[in-house]
Design a protein around this ligand. Structure first.
Ligand SMILES: Cc1cc2nc3c(=O)[nH]c(=O)nc-3n(C[C@H](O)[C@H](O)[C@H](O)COP(=O)(O)OP(=O)(O)OC[C@H]3O[C@@H](n4cnc5c(N)ncnc54)[C@H](O)[C@@H]3O)c2cc1C
Length: 303
């Protein structure tokens, strides 16, 4: 269950919605033990249009030993084939991330923040982020219009409450969603993070009740602990709750089952996305998606 492969393939097709941007690292800041914020700039960001909420984008990171990302083509019709055809040692690594924030500074500089989870040096994106320094340039396929399909948080107008689950990879998206919610809307949220100091400050005008679940040990019991927190929670009744779930695919699937089967939420009101899967790199998820093996993230799919 991943949005990554279809997302990126569709991004190639939906030329009006997405385009390539060159991002240059301006600065980095540690937010918590697991989080590193990388702030990017670059002239092309003048045309970047994040729709906010859980807006995602695809990053292309240089292979080890290279400073900047180079692609043979950034033409909307040919880039994918050109990228896939590159020798393994030259091919940039493609990864999905969230636009945590976009702004224009008082000096007129366009900036985009991406919050990377640092989960070790063995994985390309985590390694790249951990070593990011000012001046490094990467490429991204990102939003050219604010209304686009990479904003998955789409509550129907009748929704009278928002219920959320996110692990650390989806916390940037959850934080951005919370910042955009209307004043007073009831929110019940469960956020799962590896360490105490990953409980990042969140801002919202919504009436939000947030439970933090700090992982223990190697996290093997993560899904059980999340389900335990959900089951023991006192959730105020709502006639039409909208449920947004994102994080590790297996845990997301279990939380979706909880809301549909145990809390009787209409499955069409549950938006769930596997942001990563234990034991599988994004290449493997991409390969599965192209082979048609990845379960759909769409609300109509079977549990
Ligand atoms: C729409 C979308 C938005 C996302 N937004 C963000 C974001 O804003 N910030 C963010 O940090 N991530 C985000 N992710 C998740 C991120 O794309 C994955 O974690 C990705 O696998 C990281 O790439 P990597 O090269 O570090 O690891 P990979 O090479 O893809 O994976 C290598 C190994 O590491 C494991 N792994 C992957 N991620 C983690 C992790 N976080 N903790 C522990 N093990 C892991 C895999 O299971 C695999 O075994 C998002 C994903 C999607 C689909």
């Amino acid at each position: 269950m991943t949005a990554t492969a279809p997302d990126t393939a569709d991004a190639a097709a939906e030329t009006a919605h997405f385009r390539f941007f060159e991002l240059e690292v301006l600065r980095t800041r540690r937010l918590g033990r697991s989080f590193l914020r990388v702030t990017f700039g670059g002239a092309s960001l003048a045309d970047f249009r994040s729709g906010g909420f859980d807006q995602s984008l695809s990053l292309f990171l240089p292979p080890d030993g290279r400073e900047h990302t180079v692609l043979p083509s950034t033409d909307e019709d040919t880039w994918f084939g050109a990228w896939r055809g590159m020798p393994d040692e030259d091919r940039p690594v493609m990864r999905s991330y969230t636009v945590r924030d976009q702004r224009r500074t008082p000096e007129g500089v366009d900036e985009v923040d991406i919050d990377f989870v640092l989960h070790g040096d063995a994985s390309p994106a985590s390694r790249w982020a951990g070593r990011a320094v000012t001046g490094r340039r990467i490429l991204a396929i990102g939003p050219a219009v604010a209304e686009n399909k990479s904003v998955r948080f789409q509550p129907p107008p009748a929704a009278d409450a928002v219920w959320m689950y996110a692990d650390e990879t989806a916390l940037p998206a959850a934080a951005a969603i919370l910042e955009r919610l209307a004043e007073g809307i009831p929110v019940r949220a469960w956020f799962e993070v590896p360490h105490e100091d990953d409980r990042l400050p969140l801002q919202t005008a919504a009436d939000a009740d947030i439970t933090w679940i700090v992982r223990r040990g190697d996290g093997r019991d993560r899904t059980d602990r999340v389900l335990g927190a959900l089951r023991s929670a006192d959730v105020p009744a709502a006639a039409a709750p909208y449920v947004w779930l994102a994080g590790e695919a297996g845990t997301v699937r279990a939380t979706r089952r909880h809301f549909v089967q145990e809390r009787s939420v209409d499955r069409r009101s549950v938006r769930f996305t596997g942001y990563w899967r234990l034991g599988a790199s994004e290449e493997q998820l991409l390969a599965e998606a192209y082979a048609g093996q990845a379960p759909s993230e769409e609300p109509t799919s079977e549990l």
